[in-house]
Design a protein around this ligand. Structure first.
Ligand SMILES: [Zn+2]
Length: 250
């Protein structure tokens, strides 16, 4: 599986960036779909993302079961990833996190979390809110089985991000780079929106035209996208793991 090494390195980098940018802490995780087996994905064993290395990556089927024999503890909420990969064939990477700045928007629907800053455009024009209680009643709020994950994926539908009431968010994208970028800018957009709200007056969200114009310039491996990935990876101390899109090392 040596040909998977660059992808698994990218998954390690993604873990470290999300930890360093404080999107995740002891909890939260990021996954990537298997490039040759769309019915499988890679995700770390139960470990804080800051500590994840290549050896901690586990291969899973979409129903959240490890492919090989696995005696190590696994993330309780690994089903989130499988549920979204199953529902969205074009999604290649998923992040789940509990970033504090987004939480108020999952609790109160009066002020929707939508893009208000240029880097927030990646969220898309609408961010649905999923409430686990709607279908599953009183739970511990965690997504601990595939049925709950499928219900979450249904609420995410074709959008990029779904807020999970009183819990966190899940984000889905075409690549690890894109899902990390979205997860990093999501709390920043939430902070700007919350502060703008405190100032009073009407909130001016990005228009659909502005969101479209931004997204046209940012492909998965465009110079602008790559620049952020390289910067964040170095800042997180894993610049040595970065492989350029053409296969060369940085
Ligand atoms: Zn969670």
């Amino acid at each position: 599986m040596a040909h998977l090494d660059p992808l698994l390195n990218d998954l390690v980098i993604a873990n470290r960036i999300l930890a360093h940018e404080e999107v995740v802490d002891a909890y939260g995780h990021v996954s990537v779909r298997h490039p040759d087996r769309p019915d499988r994905f890679f995700l770390a064993r139960s470990l804080a993302p800051e500590l994840v290395t290549h050896d901690d990556i586990v291969e899973f089927t979409l129903d959240g079961q490890p492919v090989g024999q696995e005696s190590r503890a696994l993330y309780l909420e690994r089903f989130i990833h499988g549920g979204i990969f199953e529902a969205r064939p074009n999604v290649m990477a998923v992040v789940h996190a509990h970033a504090e700045d987004i939480l108020p928007f999952g609790i109160v629907s009066a002020t929707p979390l939508r893009p208000v800053i240029h880097s927030g455009s990646f969220l898309g024009a609408h961010v649905p809110i999923w409430d686990i209680a709607d279908k599953f009643g009183d739970t511990n709020l965690l997504v601990t089985n595939i049925e709950q994950a499928r219900d979450l994926a249904k609420c995410l539908a074709g959008w990029n991000v779904v807020l999970m009431r009183g819990h966190g968010f899940a984000a889905a994208a075409r690549s690890l780079i894109e899902v990390v970028r979205m997860a990093v800018f999501l709390p920043r957009n939430a902070r700007a929106l919350l502060k703008a709200h405190q100032l009073g007056g009407q909130i001016k969200y990005l228009s659909q035209g502005e969101i479209d114009a931004r997204n046209r310039g940012y492909g998965p491996y465009s110079t602008e996208t790559w620049r952020a990935w390289e910067y964040w990876a170095n800042k997180a101390g894993v610049g040595n793991l970065v492989t350029r899109p053409d296969g060369t090392k940085t």
